[in-house]
Design a protein around this ligand. Sequence first.
Ligand SMILES: CC/C=C\C/C=C\C/C=C\CC/C=C/CC(=O)SCCNC(=O)CCNC(=O)[C@H](O)C(C)(C)COP(=O)(O)OP(=O)(O)OC[C@H]1O[C@@H](n2cnc3c(N)ncnc32)[C@H](O)[C@@H]1OP(=O)(O)O
Length: 286
Amino acid sequence: MLRRYISYTTNKFTNCRHVSQSMLQSTVDEKSGIATVTMNKPPVNSLNLEFLEEIITLLNKLQKDKVRGMILTSGLQKVFCAGLDIKELYKPNPDRLTKFWTTLQDTWLSLYTTSFPTVSVINGHSPAGGCMLAMSCDYRVMVGQNYRIGFNEAKLGIFAPKWFQNTIIAVIGQRKAEVSLTTGKMYTTDEALQIGLVDETCADADSALKKGTHFLNNFQNISPWAYKMTKDINRQSTIQWLIDNKQKDVDFTVEYMQSPGVQKNLELYLQSLKSLPPLKLISEIN
Ligand SMILES: CC/C=C\C/C=C\C/C=C\CC/C=C/CC(=O)SCCNC(=O)CCNC(=O)[C@H](O)C(C)(C)COP(=O)(O)OP(=O)(O)OC[C@H]1O[C@@H](n2cnc3c(N)ncnc32)[C@H](O)[C@@H]1OP(=O)(O)O
């Protein structure tokens, strides 16, 4: 059984406070108050129920600790986040799927409404829910030229819910979001920059972390209250939509995911994941 542990330690030499859970590591720089959160759930940081629960717990802790900003990145070699764990959607247990989707909604609400500014440093592939994780932050820096990012849900024979689509529209606009979602296109780093999916690109992860920190330093002289109020007003309609429709969204998803057509599509997709050579899938579907 996976050993779960949480430890909080302060390193007096680096002035960093470390929070380590089994799939997430967080280091808070005492001087700047910026937390760097590293996702470490091999092989692909897929979002299953337990991982989402850890993300919520950590976000609550960072909020309580009044950090001044957060950088979210991956500790894996070539994947930022592979999106929702397809095993949560394929042949699901309805009770678990209900809990999974409710927790997904809560994780998104926590991340999209943080009281501190957030940056994702996308240092690997980032399809579907992985791209959404990045979109839910305030700013995105993508590393290198080898990775793909985008919303490939249509390729799995499923579609993204309204709150998910609205989050994308807020970043890249209605038209680009529609084309991106309906075609399921996975973008190269340069293409992602061009359509505004990411704000900056850079050659390596260290420079990306510096760019992320640079963005967060913009808030040094901004009152946290003014920041939070401005963000809440800006994001209010999508947040309110989900709050008003939480149960409906869960009920619909649980029924829809179990339908024979969706299950068949997921089965075929899982088979293609196994049969295609590594990374072929994501490049094939451009
Ligand atoms: C805070 C919350 C934020 C965001 C969510 C918010 C809202 C969400 C709301 C609605 C969501 C709408 C729907 C979203 C749907 C999804 O996200 S479905 C997932 C879509 N993902 C993919 O299609 C990725 C598929 N994977 C790949 O293309 C490659 O695996 C990847 C390029 C990522 C890595 O390639 P590589 O390093 O070569 O690894 P492998 O392909 O060999 O994979 C290793 C093993 O991992 C398994 N795997 C890969 N992806 C997933 C996954 N998403 N779920 C479960 N398992 C996955 C793969 O099968 C291999 O397993 P094996 O070793 O063969 O057993």
